[in-house]
Write a protein that binds this ligand. Structure first.
Ligand code: SF4
Ligand code: SF4
Length: 144
């Protein structure tokens, strides 16, 4: 094993989303953070004013960062009863890139730990390294 390579290049990471919806449930310091362009895309898709969007769909972390609101049981405000996403075409970058986040793909321990939340991890086909790199880059641009 080449220890100089990032974890996701050392072995194929398998992933196949089952649509279980667990990654859309907040709590225990897990939030859906909004990147610089996420809110505008969602507002445009839903045809909402800035004020209405903020009042109805936004929350804040203890540090004041904007996050998507969620119900008392932790379900994202956009998660529908059938576990589909009401804003799927314009869902935040954090959602589109999951589970290929830097902090999840950087070590086997982190990847295995995340598999306790996401049942799609370690199922399905191996994801090409080029695809994972592209997704990681999208995460980086979003948080930059
Ligand atoms: S925006 Fe959609 S994909 Fe993202 S957490 Fe909410 S329901 Fe899930
Ligand atoms: S937790 Fe994983 S398997 Fe479930 S909906 Fe989210 S990405 Fe898909």
């Amino acid at each position: 094993m080449d220890v100089m390579k990032p974890f996701f290049e050392q072995q194929p990471l398998r992933f196949g989303c089952t649509g279980c919806g667990r990654c859309c449930i907040a709590g225990n310091d897990y939030f859906v953070y909004l990147g610089s362009e996420d809110a505008g895309r969602i507002r445009g898709y839903l045809g909402l004013s800035v004020d209405w969007f903020r009042r109805r769909y936004l929350g804040k972390t203890a540090d004041g960062d904007p996050v998507l609101a969620y119900h008392a049981d932790g379900r994202c405000v956009f998660l529908q009863n059938d576990n589909s996403c009401r804003i799927y075409p314009v869902r935040p970058v954090q959602c589109r890139t999951y589970p290929f986040w830097p902090e999840v793909t950087n070590s086997k321990t982190a990847w295995q730990r995340e598999s306790r939340r996401c049942e799609g991890i370690n199922r399905g086909p191996g994801i090409p390294v080029t695809t994972i790199r592209r997704i990681l880059n999208a995460c980086h641009v979003n948080s930059g």
